[in-house]
Design a protein around this ligand. Structure first.
Ligand SMILES: Cc1cc2nc3c(=O)[nH]c(=O)nc-3n(C[C@H](O)[C@H](O)[C@H](O)COP(=O)(O)OP(=O)(O)OC[C@H]3O[C@@H](n4cnc5c(N)ncnc54)[C@H](O)[C@@H]3O)c2cc1C
Length: 471
């Protein structure tokens, strides 16, 4: 499965003339940049990167992969924490040349290339006062995020990104290109809504879009460590009562970044931040009143309500905080009960944690749970709150200790966390949880049967794999 010099030359010759993208081997000037991904803990050296510019290029790359028995990794934004985007010695199909976005404002449809980042989509939709519900920063890839689900500020109102698929252009393992929609391939659409990159390479997504913006009202309240537990108790009591027009999240930050509303004396300090988003008209007085009220929870040291451009402002607030190239270790857990004891454990962990980054409590629920469990591969929709440990450091010597501490706190919180996990956040040490993330053995078996129909040789296995299942 690894590519030596002879095979590299052979593939380059095979592609000459009809592959319009770049063929990047270890001797290429771009190689070291092209193999970098978000998580510096993953340091892989692919034998060949085929950086595609079109659907035809992706077909050529998939054909080469199949003919030479090289299960390819597929790279979109490179944000997958376990480094699924990058092959180690084998073939990587890069999609950074497929980043075109076109908006059909009349029909409220958005067509996005399979290599888009979220920022590409937001930049294209903002002038039309439209949004596609997706994630919370600009650099995450649309490909991985959407195929695994896609949570973000608008999930409570409009559901997951994958709930808003209208159709997808898909390159199958056979090299055939198909258009997947509810009308043409309902089972495959069901599987692509959460089943990740198992069924082929998506070269174009068509999403439903919604009226919004361009401005968003947000509220922020910030707390010293001594006030954090009380503020989170207030949060836990109020969050279940909120309408779907509000998203509300908590971030226990190791060091507060220089955000627009943070005074210089708070930058770099360990602080809790609650962020609320009004998901409707930014000028609505009802929204301003509710966001203002949420900022009053507990005893904040800073509170502010402001209006920011969604695409160019809100979606870029945390880009530098979670930039590429650091060592990252993340763990997600769905919260069954944000009880007082759980809050105390969480706050105690945060107050001492040596690693940078943050512990996030993400307020979801709402429209995500409107979709019945059986209607998509994405599963475990019923949780109102998700927990994410997003830990960061730079010295490899700290890996065992910091990973151990993160695992330990997630273990300690087990009495309050529920079944299931977000497939897109499974780390390298959780690969035995794919079936759980995808709804359990029965649903996973159904996905396996579809996999057998569309990718019987399991060519697309460099992902959270669903092995083909006979029958
Ligand atoms: C800083 C950060 C912020 C995040 N924020 C959010 C968030 O707000 N909401 C959320 O839901 N998730 C979020 N995530 C998690 C995110 O959904 C996953 O990391 C996801 O894998 C990222 O997609 P990507 O395209 O960047 O990943 P990549 O690492 O490029 O790809 C991951 C896998 O996706 C598959 N894939 C990607 N593109 C395609 C394609 N076009 N066709 C077929 N398969 C494809 C491949 O199997 C690939 O191995 C975040 C992650 C990070 C690191």
């Amino acid at each position: 499965m690894s590519i030596d010099e002879q095979l590299r030359l052979h593939i380059a010759e095979q592609l000459a003339g009809h592959f319009k993208g770049e063929v990047i081997g270890p001797d290429h000037a771009e190689y070291d940049r092209a193999r970098l991904i978000w998580n510096a803990m993953v340091d892989r050296r692919p034998g060949l990167i085929l950086r595609c510019t079109s659907t035809a290029d992706v077909v050529a790359a998939v054909n080469v992969a199949r003919e030479h028995g090289l299960p390819p990794s597929v790279r979109c934004g490179g944000h997958n924490v376990a480094g699924k985007a990058m092959s180690d010695g084998g073939l990587t199909i890069g999609l950074s040349g497929l980043r075109e976005v076109t908006v059909d404002p009349e029909r409220k449809l958005v067509h996005a290339g399979g290599g888009c980042r979220l920022g590409d989509v937001d930049a294209a939709t903002a002038p039309h006062r439209l949004i596609v519900p997706a994630g919370i920063m600009s650099e995450t890839g649309v490909g991985g995020l959407a195929l695994g689900g896609g949570i973000g500020w608008f999930s409570r109102k409009h559901g997951l990104t994958c709930d808003n698929f209208v159709s997808l252009e898909l390159v199958l393992a056979s090299g055939e290109v198909i258009e997947v929609s509810q009308e043409s391939h309902p089972e495959l659409l069901w599987a692509l809504r959460g089943g990740g990159g198992n069924f082929g390479v998506v070269t174009r997504f068509t999403f439903r879009a919604y009226d919004f913006g361009p401005m968003m009202r947000i509220g922020v309240s910030v707390y010293e460590p001594a006030e954090a537990a009380a503020a989170l108790r207030g949060y836990a009591a109020v969050v279940p009562t909120l309408p779907r027009t509000v998203g509300w999240h908590a971030a226990l930050k190791h060091d507060m970044p220089a955000l627009p509303f943070v005074p210089p004396e708070c930058v770099g300090k360990r602080l809790l931040m609650l962020v609320s988003m009004w998901l409707d008209d930014a000028d609505d007085p009802g929204g301003a009143e509710l966001i203002g009220r949420l900022c009053e929870i507990g005893q904040p040291c800073i509170k502010a309500s402001t209006v920011l451009p969604f695409a160019a402002g809100v979606q870029r607030l945390i880009d530098t905080e979670f930039e590429d190239g650091h060592r990252y270790y993340t763990k997600e857990a769905h919260v069954a009960d944000l009880a007082d004891d759980a809050i105390d454990k969480l706050v105690a962990f945060w107050r001492d944690m040596p690693m940078e980054g943050e512990v996030e409590i993400i307020g979801l629920g709402g429209a995500i749970g409107d979709v019945p469990e059986a209607d998509s591969a994405f599963s475990n929709r019923g949780y109102l709150l998700w927990l994410n440990f997003a830990m960061r450091w730079d010295d490899p010597a700290d890996d065992p200790d910091y990973i151990g501490q993160t695992r330990a706190i997630v273990g300690d919180l087990a009495p309050w966390t529920g079944r299931g996990v977000y497939v897109n956040m499974l780390n390298f040490d959780e690969l035995d949880r794919v079936a759980e993330a995808l709804g359990g053995p029965e649903k996973y078996a159904g996905l396996g049967r579809l996999k057998a129909a569309y990718d019987p040789g399991n060519l697309f296995r460099m992902n959270y794999n669903i092995p083909p299942l006979a029958g």
